[in-house]
Design a protein around this ligand. Sequence first.
Ligand code: FCB
Length: 456
Amino acid sequence: MMYQFPEGFVWGAATSAYQIEGAWQADGKGVSIWDEFSHTPGRIADGSTGDVACDHYHRWREDIALMQQLGLRAYRFSINWTRIFPQGTGSVNQAGLDFYSRLVDGLLAAGITPFVSLYHWDLPQALQASGGWASRATVAAFANFADTMVRHLGDRVQHWITINEPWVISVLGNEWGIHAPGKQDRRTALTVAHHLLLAHGQAVPALRATRSDAQVGIVLNLSPCTPASPSAADYTTYRQSDGGLNRWFLDALYRQSYPTDLLHDAIQAGYITSPDLPFAFPGDLQQISVPTDFLGINYYTRHIARSTAIPETDNLPATVIPAPPSEHTDMGWEVYPQGLAETLLQVHLGYRPPRIYITENGASYGDGPDAAGVVNDTRRIAYLHQHLQAAHHALSLGVPLAGYFAWSLMDNFEWDRGYAQRFGLVYVDYASQQRIPKASAAWYRQVIAANALPEV
Ligand code: FCB
């Protein structure tokens, strides 16, 4: 079968500010929750920080040249809020605006379309000090930040992403505490999730007020969930994981409601006392469900739902899948390409976003340069190939998929995992800051040039 993609299909790669920029104190930048978190001993697996990262703040010209070498048509990056508003609100730091303005000009001169994410996790610490995303004031601060950015870049940037992965921000950052700001409180996480969605809902009209032609969307990390066994306990866990990960956000955005089964669970568990969430005001869900131009989906793996309490009486093994034994990336994530087609199809059939972009997809494999200096990351090529086949299947089933962004352009700071996890198409030698395009970069270049997958 020939995997030819439709004309105009957007081929890109993605990064985020904290993961690549470094220069954490340069030119008037403020402190973000990730600066604070990574500087706290014990938070990052390898004890590292994003202080220098890929030094992209100083090497962006070289990085644009790399993108050109890959033949990228689009580049998704994020704005570090603390470069623009060091305190989150108040006066603007011109040097921060200038940095992103030059970057955008450089991209356009290279024929690369910028896709700008406004929030990829680096909340100003000054806002965290007054409650962060658990405070409704942060929503207004974000809308103001969005307004500022579109006023400065809107003449050149058409594609805007409001929030990246509200599930990760709320749950990993505020319930499990493994991401900044490191809180462990379920009620806070629920509040944060609502405010993130509301921030999206208010940023969309703020962006459009300045640029009526802006293309605006939000990015969700979605995973198909599967019960690990046919036991009732695993089905309950399945319902809850699918609900928390996928339905909570999709229902709010596209159906103007939160899933009733999860509201009921939250009441049962004592986090809330009625289905009217105490932190949700009348009209919030209307704002949250503002029509958008596209949905961004980040897909990496599926989730197998296993109950921690399988009753003996079920008389079933705790886990009957995965079968056959599957491959896992260095993150420990199962390689499950059919889950991408499944996710795309479910979202299309259930929620009908007008357009979908795969805004992240990729794999962590630690391959480094061999004696000849070549990085032969064949497992990454296989991963990308299989997932692009799945994306193509979704297209042939009628999913309005408009583009694909590989995660990531280059190896970078992988949050709580530090630098040990390498997701890049380009290898980064952090000591010398040398960039070495991997075999997957050459492979991806071919895909983009042909607008098709190579025969295998
Ligand atoms: C996603 C994040 C991205 C990157 C990948 C591996 O959750 O959006 O920044 O860390 O995972």
